[in-house]
Design a protein around this ligand. Structure first.
Ligand SMILES: [Zn+2]
Length: 307
């Protein structure tokens, strides 16, 4: 069985200004590097469909979805938060990004794929139930996790977030949901300044200081995440795969390298193999140094595909 690779051309048409670090070039860097290292031919590629608004409404208020749709500009940019704006392609891009996770989830659960990586943007983990935030519009991973529960009848899904920033939007949507367990580490104190004040019982939040390197992160994964994941025994694992904790990424100040991402991925695959029939759907979040992003995604995907 293969690893699926989901993306869509529209995800590169969304842009927020040439200065913005969350740029279309990020997807080109991922694609080019996967070709350069010979990985892409080993993956099964899919054009991501658009998610339906009904599916997105499992994670977001209908009123918010409609408010966002009403903001789509015919030209130029429409700001939705201090760091986030829409162009004429953003709405469609956001639907394809969420749709990638939905399609990947369906195919992995049906047994067509071993696991999947969604190379999509806009990212999603800062998108709250009723607010766009931090480059995110729809919470792609939360939409996928809730789809696995409500459309496929899974009763235990785990969401892992290894982006340098706390996935406040995913926490907003999944906190207290008895079908979900979320585990993350994140640089703290740091944007979005959440994740430590209050955590629901199903949140395993591990704040770490700036400068934290891979050896410490690996110990925390084993001591903080693993016991909770083993006890929860997830039937499927979703990954918010942000690569901005890489030591070359200027948007964070952590010290991970490609080998750390491969190690974390393998740990999650071991959990998935023990409890979830190997089912993992991973989705791109942050990662802004284009070279480090390409290399880190390759390490992650190479592990997923066991190549
Ligand atoms: Zn991030």
């Amino acid at each position: 069985m293969h690893t699926g690779f989901f993306t869509h051309a529209q995800c590169a048409a969304h842009e927020m200004g040439s200065w913005h670090p969350e740029s279309p070039e990020r997807l080109a860097a991922v694609h080019d590097h996967l070709i350069a290292v010979g990985l892409l031919p080993h993956l099964l590629g899919y054009d991501a469909p658009q998610a339906s608004l009904e599916v997105i409404a499992r994670a977001h208020d209908t009123e918010y979805i409609e408010r966002l749709r009403a903001r789509i500009p015919k030209q130029g940019y429409a700001p939705v938060d201090p760091d986030t704006s829409m162009n004429s392609a953003s709405w469609d891009a956001a639907l394809h990004a969420a749709g990638a996770v939905i399609d990947a989830t369906d195919r992995v659960i049906r047994g067509e794929l071993a696991n999947a990586f969604c190379a999509v943007r806009p990212p999603g983990h800062h998108a709250c139930r009723a607010a766009a935030m931090g480059f995110c519009f729809f919470n792609n991973v939360a939409v996928g996790a809730l789809h696995a529960v409500h459309a496929h009848g899974l009763s235990r899904v785990a969401v892992i977030d290894f982006d340098v920033h706390h996935g406040n939007g995913t926490e907003d949507i999944l906190a207290g949901n008895r079908h979900a367990l979320m585990a993350s580490f994140f640089q703290h104190p740091f944007y979005p300044y959440s994740g430590t004040d209050y955590a629901a019982d199903n949140m395993v939040n591990v704040p770490v200081p700036a400068g934290t390197r891979g050896d410490v992160v690996r110990e925390l994964v084993d001591s903080q995440w693993m016991p909770r994941l083993e006890a929860f025994a997830p039937q499927m694992i979703f990954i918010s795969a942000g690569f901005d904790a890489h030591r070359e990424d200027d948007l964070g100040q952590m010290g991970l390298v490609e080998a750390d991402y491969a190690w974390i991925t393998q740990r999650l695959m071991d959990v998935a193999d023990r409890h979830a029939g190997g089912r993992i759907v991973s989705t791109l979040e942050g990662g802004y140094n284009l070279s480090a992003l390409g290399r880190s995604v390759a390490a992650h995907v190479r592990t997923l595909a066991q190549l």
